[in-house]
Design a binder for this molecule. Structure first.
Ligand code: HEC
Length: 114
C-alpha cells in the first residue's frame, strides 16, 4: 500500500499570496506604551529637557509628534541611520512592538514626554 501526499494547488497559491509577516505594520497600543515609557522619562521627561551625557544636549520633545515619525526615528537609531549614543543604546533594546507602543503613547499624549 502506497500513500501519496497531494497538496491541493489552491492551498499552495494561498500560501504564496500571503503577505510576509515582516511587512505588516505593527499596531501600537498606547496603554502598553505607557508601561514602557519609564526608560524614556529619565531624559524625555525632565524640565527644560537637557541631558548631561555624553555632552549637555537638549533632548527633543517627543510627546505629540506623529506616530509614524516616532517609529521612523527609533528605527533610524536602531539601524545606525541616525547617530546618537544614548538613543542607539535605547533603540537597540526595543522591539518593533515596543516602538509602536511607545509611539502610540507619545504620539497621543501631547503633554507627556519632552
Ligand atoms: C539617556 C537619555 C535618553 C533616553 C533614556 C531616551 N532618549 Fe530619546 N533622545 C535623547 C536625545 C539626546 C535625543 C536627540 C538625539 C539626536 O540628536 O539625534 C533623543 C531623540 C529621540 C527621538 C527623536 C526625536 C526627534 O524629534 O527626532 C525619539 C523618537 C526618542 N528619542 C524616543 C525615545 C524613547 C521612546 C525612549 C524610551 C524608550 C527614549 N527616547 C529614551 C535622549 C534619550
Amino acid at each position: 500500500m502506497k500513500r501519496v501526499a497531494v497538496v491541493p494547488a489552491g492551498l499552495l497559491c494561498l500560501f504564496l499570496a500571503a503577505p510576509a509577516a515582516s511587512q505588516e505594520p505593527v499596531k501600537g497600543d498606547a496603554q502598553a506604551g505607557s508601561t514602557k515609557k519609564s526608560m524614556c522619562e529619565g531624559c524625555h521627561g525632565i524640565a527644560l529637557y537637557s541631558t548631561a551625557y555624553p555632552e549637555v544636549y537638549r533632548v527633543p520633545k517627543i510627546g505629540g509628534q506623529s506616530q509614524q515619525y516616532l517609529v521612523h526615528a527609533l528605527r533610524g537609531y536602531r539601524s545606525g541611520e541616525r547617530k546618537h549614543p544614548s538613543m542607539l543604546g535605547i533603540a537597540k533594546s526595543l522591539s518593533d512592538q515596543d516602538m509602536a507602543d511607545l509611539a502610540a503613547y507619545y504620539g497621543a499624549a501631547a503633554g507627556a514626554g519632552r
